[in-house]
Design a protein around this ligand. Structure first.
Ligand code: BYC
Length: 341
């Protein structure tokens, strides 16, 4: 007697890599380095993560300028820790970019050759101690608004790097706000210094979020791919809505005559942003672009011997690790087998 073999349904056609990518994005799951991804997605992630990393590294300069002039030892210690954090953020971000198949060295060279950017905000000078307060309060505040969203972005290594970075940025934002609080509680001259810094940093902080959505070439694709979960204009509005009450609490005036609460929209209305100035700065013609890049290049060139020494040390360690373990038949060896001296 013959038996009928059990029915096996035909296997569904294997999903193409592209379909799998789209289904991961659609399900809100992370894209990991091992996953197939369209070239344009990979290139966008490299561009954005590298720009972010370069911003953290260049962003040390305006604040580093005040380490020797911080008004007290405690302020100096806090500022040193903050600037060190920014260097650390740069390193996590270069590591995240490396998972996409590009080395930190290549990214650095692209920045130096003007083929990659860093944030517009770091092209403004830090003239007084209140500028350090404003960088923490406004610049880190704007950065967190953007980065909390990026901690849910679709590329896994970038999203995970954001978690620790956001925790540290929250400390940075508070230390900046606390500097502003101390200044507004001080003398008339200190209050005036705080107001002057707010006047200079307000508008540059608003353009950190990028051009308006209507002029943002990358936003539609980045939203479709879950890289951006909110648009430039949405994040900018959130930052304004959060920051205006903080300025009120400080008793400072935001330099925008058109700023007012709009009951109907449930948001603050604000005056026109000078986008010509923004484009001029990102094309290299801001107040400090040349100085920032000259300083960056000098540090890179002066540090060449450190990189060479680190590479020589790594090569030596690798050679030692690869060498066969000496086997001794003598019971009087003074070193345990395998221990390299
Ligand atoms: N500055 O289509 P769009 C920090 C460029 S550091 C310069 O909207 P996208 C801190 C943009 O690259 C935190 N360039 O672009 C450190 C594009 O140029 P290309 C820094 C800008 O990418 C030390 C073109 O304009 N945060 O916290 O969809 C001390 C069109 O724009 C800027 C990050 O880097 C700008 N502000 O959106 C203290 C966040 N805005 O390549 C604090 C990560 C736009 O077409 N980056 N451009 O020539 C992002 O979230 C997004 O890249 C942006 C722009 C929202 C900035």
């Amino acid at each position: 007697m013959t038996t009928t073999p059990p029915f096996t349904p035909p296997a569904p056609p294997a999903a193409s890599p592209e379909e799998r990518f789209q289904s991961l994005i659609g399900a809100g799951e992370k894209i990991e380095p091992r996953d197939w991804m369209p070239d344009a997605y990979r290139n966008t992630m490299i561009r954005q993560i590298a720009q972010h990393a370069h911003s953290e590294v260049i962003g040390q300069q305006p604040e580093g300028n005040w380490i020797t002039r911080a008004p007290t030892l405690v302020r100096k210690a806090i500022l040193i820790a903050k600037v060190q954090d920014e260097a650390g953020h740069g390193l996590y971000l270069y590591s995240a970019a490396e998972t996409l198949g590009v080395s930190r060295h290549e990214l650095t060279e692209m920045l130096h050759a003007g083929r990659q950017k860093y944030s517009s905000i770091f092209n403004y000078p830090t003239l007084t101690w209140a500028d350090i307060g404003c960088i923490g309060w406004l610049v880190d505040g704007a950065a967190i608004t953007n980065q909390v969203m990026l901690s849910r972005t679709s590329y896994g290594p970038y999203a995970r790097a954001m978690v620790k970075i956001c925790k540290e940025e929250s400390f940075h934002q508070r230390q900046g706000y606390e500097i502003m609080l101390a200044l507004v509680k001080g003398t008339e001259a200190q209050r005036a210094m705080a107001q002057d810094a707010l006047n200079r940093w307000w508008w540059p902080s608003l353009v950190m979020f990028g051009p308006p959505d209507t002029d943002s070439p990358h936003t539609p694709e980045s939203v479709a791919w879950g890289i951006k979960l909110e648009t430039n204009d949405e994040l900018r509005q959130r930052f304004i809505d959060t920051t205006v009450p903080q300025a009120d609490h400080l008793g400072l005036t935001i330099p925008d005559a058109e700023l007012r609460w709009n009951e109907e929209r449930g948001h603050y209305d604000f005056g026109p942003i000078d986008w010509d100035d923004f484009w001029r700065v990102i094309r290299g013609d801001g107040p400090c672009n040349r100085e920032r890049m000259a300083h960056k290049l000098a540090a890179w060139n002066e540090g060449a011997w450190v990189r060479e020494a680190a590479q020589a040390h790594a090569a030596k360690r690798a050679a030692r690790a690869a060498a066969p373990t000496p086997v001794s038949d003598s019971p009087v060896s003074d070193s345990p087998a395998g221990v390299q001296r």
